[in-house]
Write a protein that binds this ligand. Structure first.
Ligand SMILES: Cc1ncc(COP(=O)(O)O)c(C=O)c1O
Length: 392
């Protein structure tokens, strides 16, 4: 490709991909690749799911886009469906186009209603390509480094009076933005007790809890949302990726309490493709398909199967440091190799040579699996057998 400016920060491995079906990509030369990354963790139902294709076709034949003063009723139907998943039936939702948009919208809402200098985030989180949460300026954000708590004897049963928590300036913090599990692609999960101690403090000062479900939402972790592995009730939830199954649609959902506060102040946010009927139609059909095909339960079961098999592999191969995951979001962390070469990078390349696509975070010893929730068990076994033979 001579005229495409490739700036993902990942090398382009194949520029001949011309077709996709379920968990497979096909190139022009007839090669078939098993996609265990779901693109950028987006194709929750697998590539080209017929229900999504039908929804897109329906919209192509009716209406794609409305405008500032006009709406298609599908937007209300889809909003109400998404809110019902969050137990926010009396809340409201905004339709946008990317995960970055959805997180940024949530941040702007929190900043607008709380009128405090800071929001709190856990260090080592990713929130999007632009906006306040991506810039992470210390003028707007306070960071809590829970990874450094791992050496604490109370890790797992965090003391609410721990000085690391009580030293945070909660009186100046309007809310907390929390990503339940992804942590910059390394898939680490904060213990419940640390999270609930932070949230208790946020609530004590009337702050809001914003959850970034862009990656973890829509079934990826074996529940509808990643926050459902914790005992918490969010105020604002941002979602994207899997909601569109590859089509760019995202949603920010707000509880009734947030909407009430927001409607009392002047607040405006406008983008050209906000509330597009096409995105809403796709989001609705993705959620309905997840329900109809019982894919959340399937993601949970397949994830457990993968974790068990990988756990056995860890015990026998002597090269894996840790397996982490929930549902269909799994990390394989390798030991550092004595020669200094990254084992993750080596197996990433070798798997690709066997036509298996997996996630690699450059500079880290971690391979990442985010297969579609519709993946066939045979494909999981193909991956496990290939990895086992490469490791031995
Ligand atoms: C956790 C998380 N939040 C937000 C985003 C931003 O989403 P998008 O790339 O759709 O803007 C990403 C993207 O990878 C993500 O992983």
């Amino acid at each position: 490709m001579d005229h495409v400016y490739w700036c993902f920060g990942h090398p382009l491995l194949n520029e001949k991909i011309v077709k996709a079906d379920q968990e497979f990509l096909f190139d022009r030369d007839g090669n078939r690749y098993l996609d265990l990354e779901s693109g950028v963790w987006c194709t929750s139902l697998g590539h080209n799911h017929p229900a999504v294709a039908t929804a897109v076709q329906k919209r192509l034949n009716t209406i794609l886009h409305t405008g500032f003063c006009y709406a298609d009723p599908i937007v209300e139907t889809a909003a109400s469906k998404v809110l019902s998943l969050l137990d926010m039936a009396d809340g409201k939702a905004v339709f946008l186009t990317s995960g970055s948009d959805a997180v940024e919208f949530g941040v702007r809402v929190a900043q607008a209603i709380c009128e405090k200098q800071y929001l709190l985030m856990l260090s080592d989180s990713y929130f999007g390509a632009y906006g306040s949460a991506s810039k992470k300026s210390s003028e707007e954000w306070v960071f809590f480094d829970w990874l450094s708590c791992r050496s604490c004897p109370n890790f797992g049963a965090c003391d609410p009076e721990c000085p690391k928590i009580t030293a945070l300036p909660f009186e100046k913090i309007g809310g907390m933005l929390f990503e339940p599990g992804s942590s910059s692609g390394l898939i680490r999960f904060i213990p419940k007790s640390i999270l609930s101690n932070l949230i208790r403090k946020i609530r004590q000062y009337e702050g809001v809890v914003i959850i970034n479900e862009v990656t973890t939402g829509i079934g990826r972790t074996g529940r509808w949302f990643g926050y459902q592995h914790y005992d918490l009730k969010p105020d604002i939830v941002a979602m994207g990726k899997g909601l569109g199954n590859g089509y760019p649609v995202s949603v920010t959902a707000m509880s009734h309490r947030v909407v009430e506060r927001l409607e009392r102040i002047p607040f405006k946010y406008a983008q050209s493709h906000q509330y597009d009927p096409l995105g809403a139609e796709v989001a609705l059909v993705v959620v309905q398909t997840l329900e109809n095909e019982r894919l959340i339960e399937k993601s949970d079961q397949m994830g457990k199967y993968l974790l068990t098999r990988l756990g056995t592999l860890k015990e026998t191969c002597g090269k894996i440091k840790e397996i982490r995951g929930r549902g269909m979001m799994i990390a394989i962390e390798f030991d550092k190799s004595p020669s200094g070469t990254s084992l993750a990078e080596r197996f990433y390349k070798e798997l690709y040579a066997h036509q298996i696509i997996i996630g690699l975070r450059p500079g880290h010893d971690v391979l990442r699996l985010d297969p579609c929730l519709t993946i066939h068990p045979q494909s999981i076994d193909t991956f496990l057998e290939t990895l086992t033979s490469l490791l031995s």
